[in-house]
Unconditional design. Structure first.
Length: 367
């Protein structure tokens, strides 16, 4: 089903920032295989997923999907073979389009386009049926703009869109990391159902462990996984750094697990959370919470599943690593939120413009 043969990928080759992400990678998976990819940040997990998806070309080696050599195929042409769900719920859907329009686009992925009615009644009924399985009431909101949905609802729709064409390969990159436990459990149940339809999965940590536990009846269901974040995790062993590897829960307070990374305490925002609600729990003003999280918009509210710092972030990363390898769509703000570093500090360290989008694979300083 999937063959990765001697694949190499180096970023910034020939410069002082040269970084080899994949070195002679080989992987052979059969139809129906369930695979979890585990490793610290910088180990090459996302780089491997991006190489398979065609986000960037590989330097050497071959990639085959269903015995078809896709090594030279661009990302949009590989869409006929695979589906993908990202960690960020805002990625994978068109916010300005209706739910049914998004699903129609996904249903036509990799197919020829013609001038005809965009959505037939038969298709509309099929979309309703698929959406009703989510149990989120979205089947009655087909004409609602996706941008009006919550993060959890958008991620659930993205998963349906990724699997609607029954792809040969489905890539899930921590697809429940930004969801509240209840919605994460629902999305994992849907994921498990798709697994039973003999799809192939490559998953990044921690979703693979949770799905594997759920599928095979182990003692770690999704909600237990969230609770298990109260244990200290081992430090990263790679030259790069993964903030999650330095995360430790110090206690539970008013229904929130309190974490610390880079010596700064934070909580994970829940569905429908506001800075006002979180502030009341921790006796902090909404103004200070926005200041701690580098938000100047007085009306800004937290995104479910994302970190909300309850004290001032630091100017530098206190760990051993000095650099962060950027993912697609990252900014100084998002990197700063991951490492508990002030946005302005990231911008100064790397001479970045305000709100500058960072190129995937770019290496930036964090100390």
């Amino acid at each position: 089903m999937l063959r990765v043969e001697n694949v190499w990928k180096t970023f910034n080759a020939g410069t002082v920032n040269e970084k080899t992400a994949l070195s002679g990678l080989n992987l052979h998976l059969n139809e129906g295989d369930f695979v979890t990819v585990i490793g610290g940040n910088g180990a090459g997990k996302s780089t491997m997923l991006n190489a398979v998806a065609g986000v960037w070309p590989v330097d050497e080696g071959k990639i085959f999907i269903d015995n078809v050599d896709v090594t030279k195929l661009p990302e949009h042409k590989r869409a006929a073979y695979l589906g993908r769900v990202f960690q960020d719920p805002m990625t994978g859907t068109a916010a300005g389009m209706q739910i049914e329009e998004n699903m129609a686009l996904a249903a036509r992925r990799g197919a020829m386009r013609f001038l005809k009615p965009g959505i037939t009644q038969k298709e509309r009924e099929y979309y309703k049926e698929r959406l009703s399985a989510l149990g989120l009431g979205l089947e009655d909101r087909l004409t609602s703009k996706v941008g009006l949905l919550s993060g959890g609802q958008r991620q659930a729709v993205t998963l349906l869109m990724a699997a609607i064409k029954k792809p040969k390969l489905l890539l899930l990159d921590e697809h429940t990391a930004a969801l509240d436990p209840k919605t994460a459990k629902k999305v994992l149940e849907i994921s498990d159902k798709i697994i039973e339809e003999n799809q192939l999965f490559l998953l990044d940590r921690p979703d693979g462990e949770r799905l594997y536990a759920q599928r095979y009846g182990l003692s770690r269901d999704p909600e237990e996984w969230f609770s298990s974040q109260s244990s200290l995790e081992r430090p990263a062993e790679t030259s790069a750094v993964d903030p999650d590897n330095y995360r430790v829960t110090i206690n539970a307070h008013q229904g929130y697990n309190v974490y610390v990374t880079n010596g700064v305490h934070y909580v994970l925002a829940k569905e429908n959370d506001t800075f006002e609600n979180i502030g009341r729990k921790f006796r902090l003003s909404p103004r200070n919470l926005r200041k701690f999280n580098d938000l100047k918009d007085k009306k800004a509210q937290p995104v479910p599943g994302e970190a909300v710092y309850i004290e001032r972030k630091r100017k530098r990363w206190e760990g051993n690593s000095r650099h962060h390898i950027c993912r697609q769509g990252e900014t100084a703000y998002s990197v700063g939120q991951s490492y508990a570093i002030r946005t302005r500090s990231i911008e100064k360290l790397n001479k970045l413009r305000k709100d500058e989008e960072l190129a995937a694979g770019r290496e930036i300083r964090i100390k």
